[in-house]
Ligand binder design. Structure first.
Ligand SMILES: [Zn+2]
Length: 196
């Protein structure tokens, strides 16, 4: 297998990249200048070395704790619970939210063998017992698994004084937060539905 074939094969493993797109990218890189290719290769190689998960919230960050966790202007009484780190960026882009985050690293999904112990609920419980949290906004995706995870959170904090809410409708059912447009997401944060 040639270097070009190997590259095309690896590129098809990336999300959203089919064989045609992979070939287009590979041929583009073949024509691109050396410096661009070298920078790109270096950035990919350094990604895992430089970027880690924030030890507090789970956000991807180059400094630990992350810039959101250490920002004195953030409202420390509100926690927004998201499925994955990249959801934080999506919510931050709306500029509608100023509290802190908690990344679950997935959702409860019995079919995939993912139970509560595989997610960061334990860490969340600890955070909440050690900090003064008044509200939790659940921003799991509007999917069956996202719903089950939201219900699990409601049960988890049923006997606490914390109010829980979920992002309002308007988000595409069965879809992902990252595909919601900014305005829809901003509206769904403002109009979040109280669960408890
Ligand atoms: Zn953080």
């Amino acid at each position: 297998m040639t270097t070009l074939d190997q590259l095309i094969r690896n590129l098809t493993r990336l999300p959203g990249i089919g064989r045609k797109s992979a070939a287009r990218i590979a041929y583009y890189l073949l024509r691109a200048d050396r410096q661009f290719n070298a920078d790109l290769a270096r950035e990919i190689a350094e990604l895992k070395e430089r970027i880690r998960e924030c030890s507090i919230c789970g956000n991807y960050t180059e400094v630990d704790p992350c810039e959101i966790c250490t920002d004195p202007r953030r409202d420390r009484s509100v926690l927004c619970v998201v499925e994955q780190s990249q959801d934080i960026q999506t919510i931050e882009a709306t500029r509608e939210y100023s509290g802190l985050f908690h990344v679950l690293n997935g959702v409860i999904s019995p079919i995939d063998g993912i139970g509560p112990d595989d997610l960061t609920f334990g860490k969340l419980e600890k955070r909440i017992s050690e900090n003064d949290i008044a509200e939790i906004i659940i921003a799991t995706n509007p999917t069956v698994e996202g719903d089950a995870t939201a219900m699990y959170l409601v049960r988890m904090f049923a006997n606490s004084g914390i109010s829980l809410s979920r992002l309002a409708s308007g988000l595409p059912v069965g879809g992902d937060l990252e595909y919601a447009d900014r305005l829809t997401l901003a509206r769904s944060i403002k109009g979040r539905i109280p669960l408890k």
